[in-house]
Design a protein around this ligand. Structure first.
Ligand SMILES: O=C1O[C@H](COP(=O)(O)O)[C@@H](O)[C@H](O)[C@H]1O
Length: 233
């Protein structure tokens, strides 16, 4: 499918555009299907967009969100993705933020928990927001992870899986639970939000490469949904 580029003048402009887009997607989903289902990346890049989105008027009780991936850490750990996501939505009221991990962050229990919770929502995501690392990982589909092949197999019907980044990133040395590629692509709208020239160059290389195991982000183009790339300096 096509990669559609949206360049913004600043991170603030990117955040506003992304917040508007999520708002419009949710309003439409609630009007037509009674509920909006989102999958949202962790990391620093999209947080301002989530805060701007959370400040908008919406029937938040009809919105369900999942993280695209989470570190296997207890929920009171400073590196916990779902806790950070919940803080970003402090301004909203009544939304449901599901977690891919159990409260204690145990990886084996979390993998089962994630699969059970995702099974409750079999419909397409109304939007999936992804980020990307400078190593071309997206969600927690890390190049070099032993589970990468299975996690990126489009015939894999499991919605979520454990991933052990190899090597472990020093800034967040934890195993993860990630949505699988097939489940990330199970969406009406795919959005990749990145900032900086470095990430733009990594994405350019990834799209030009045929080695998706080295550039997992490139696999987003394997689905039937266009990939909307929101970039700012
Ligand atoms: O490790 C991760 O990093 C990426 C990018 O994070 P950022 O802080 O550079 O925006 C993130 O999208 C992903 O969910 C997370 O696992």
């Amino acid at each position: 499918m096509a990669w559609i580029e949206h360049d913004h003048a600043s991170p603030e402009a990117l955040a506003e555009a992304l917040a508007d887009e999520l708002h419009a997607r949710c309003r439409d989903a609630i009007d037509t299907r009674g509920r909006a289902l989102l999958a949202l990346a962790g990391g620093r890049t999209p947080l301002p967009a989530y805060r701007a989105f959370a400040a908008k008027r919406l029937d938040w009780s009809c919105v369900v969100m999942f993280p695209t991936d989470e570190r296997c850490v207890p929920h009171d750990h400073p590196a916990c993705n779902v806790t950070e996501l919940r803080h970003a939505f402090d301004g909203a009221r009544g939304e449901i933020i599901e977690s891919l991990t159990t409260e204690d962050g145990d990886c084996a229990r979390s993998e089962m928990h994630a699969r059970r919770r995702l099974a409750v929502y079999p419909e397409l995501f109304d939007a999936v927001v992804l980020g990307m690392g400078l190593d071309a990982h997206t969600a927690s589909l890390f190049p070099g992870a032993p589970q990468l092949r299975e996690a990126m197999d489009l015939d894999n019907a499991l919605p979520a899986t454990r991933v052990d980044p190899h090597p472990l990133p020093p800034e967040a040395p934890f195993p993860r639970i990630s949505l699988t590629l097939s489940h990330l692509l199970h969406s009406r709208r795919l959005i990749l939000a990145i900032t900086g020239e470095g990430k733009r160059e990594v994405l350019r290389k990834a799209r030009a490469s045929t080695r998706v195991s080295s550039f997992p982000v490139a696999a987003l183009g394997q689905g039937e949904t266009d990939v909307h790339v929101h970039w700012s300096p």
